[in-house]
Write a protein of this length. Structure first.
Length: 70
């Protein structure tokens, strides 16, 4: 008689998003629930001014693309 090995259920498992969940829905929930904004400056929904603003914010907070300090 085989006794099945019990599966350990990680408490972190509930934090993993459903694989079928739409990435845009995850972004939407992140903004609504935690005020976290995830957006590419190349997003077609943005105009030229908004794209430039995002690039400047990203460069100021995280440094320019391709430039390493230290």
């Amino acid at each position: 008689m085989k006794i099945p090995t019990p599966q350990y259920r990680s408490p972190l498992g509930r934090l993993v998003p459903e694989p079928r969940q739409d990435p845009e829905e995850i972004k939407r929930e992140g903004w609504r629930d935690q005020q976290i904004l995830v957006i590419s400056p190349d997003d077609a929904r943005l105009d030229r001014v908004e794209r430039e603003l995002l690039r400047r914010i990203g460069d100021r907070l995280y440094g320019e693309k391709g430039v390493r300090h230290g």
